[in-house]
Design a protein around this ligand. Structure first.
Ligand code: NAD
Length: 277
């Protein structure tokens, strides 16, 4: 063991991780909603691409008119069935999305919730100083919206369905600079466990997927993010960052029948970073 870093964040990932040629029709006949595509770097786009490549039909959403111009070509690229507006902070919009899905599809097999928001000023300060409004806004958009989506998805979902939200290791351990998003993601992970109990009898499974740090629009709002990336490369057993395709493949596994015996878990996709002391 040389102790050298095998992969730096600025290097392209080695080809060995690009296994698209193996993709088949494991998810054929399944239909799902993927929320959180802002651009081609979004974790949600990594998920939507892999779910589609495994044969699933996809509905995507966009935040507002400005983001529609970025999301629409991506929806076309993966041949999404539906592209709908969704700002979860606006009352009635989550329900409107599920009403439309009920109308178009009549049923639903999975929901991928890959959204988060915190006001910059609150996110960059100490949590002891964060505002009530900022904390509640972060909690509503990043956590309660998942409960609301589960509420509307439940009557549409068939046994074997899955609800998945994106979390981060800062939920469980103190990660420098993650600040107020730590408690928000902790609430999200706890919500996953309670939802798993409440929906278990209906055969609906619920997961949090916890990716390692990667450069996305949302991540650029976190202070000193380069330090978080460097730390992941230096300290993870894999000595590298993960990419959105790797998250997408794990999500495809969880949605598929192979993970039928699992629910309520936080699944890390971080090249092992979370196991380190
Ligand atoms: P991203 O910026 O590509 O995605 C964030 C998404 O949240 C965007 O599509 C944005 O439109 C959406 N969003 C924000 N406010 C919204 C609202 N009111 N209504 C609807 N959508 C809204 O960044 P990302 O890194 O792909 O983030 C996706 C998820 O992954 C987040 O939950 C984030 O916390 C989590 N995550 C990111 C990392 C990372 O390092 N990038 C690591 C672990 C977890």
């Amino acid at each position: 063991m040389s102790g050298t870093i095998a992969h730096h964040p600025n290097d392209p990932l080695p080809k060995v991780w690009d296994e698209d040629s193996r993709i088949g029709d494991m998810l054929k006949g399944k239909r799902g909603l993927v929320v959180g595509v802002a651009n081609a770097d979004s974790i949600a786009f990594g998920c939507a691409t892999k779910l589609r490549a495994f044969g699933a039909d996809i509905a995507l959403t966009y935040l507002n008119d400005k983001s529609k111009s970025y999301v629409a070509p991506l929806a076309q690229e993966i041949e999404a069935d539906l592209l709908l507006p969704l700002d979860v902070s606006q009352p009635g919009q989550i329900k409107a999305v599920f009403d439309r899905i009920a109308q178009e599809w009549g049923s639903l097999d999975f929901v991928i919730h890959s959204i988060a928001f915190a006001p910059r000023e609150d996110l960059h300060g100490r949590i002891i100083d964060c505002s009530r409004e900022g904390f509640l806004q972060a909690m509503q958009i990043s956590c309660h919206s998942f409960l609301e989506m589960a509420h509307h998805a439940e009557p549409l979902m068939r046994p074997g369905g899955a609800l998945i939200s994106m979390s981060y290791h800062g939920a469980d351990k103190v990660v420098n600079h993650y600040n107020m998003m730590g408690p928000v993601k902790a609430a999200l992970e706890s919500s996953v466990r309670y939802l798993a109990l409440e929906l278990g009898e209906r055969g609906i499974r619920v997961f949090a997927v916890s990716p390692g740090p990667m450069r996305t629009r949302a991540a650029s709002g976190i202070g000193h993010f380069d330090e978080i990336l460097d730390m992941a490369v230096t300290r993870s057993p894999g000595r590298r960052l993960v990419d959105i395709s790797e998250v997408g493949r794990v999500v495809a596994f969880l949605v598929g029948g192979a993970a039928s015996g699992m629910t309520g878990d936080v699944i890390y996709v971080d090249a092992g970073l979370h196991i380190m002391a």
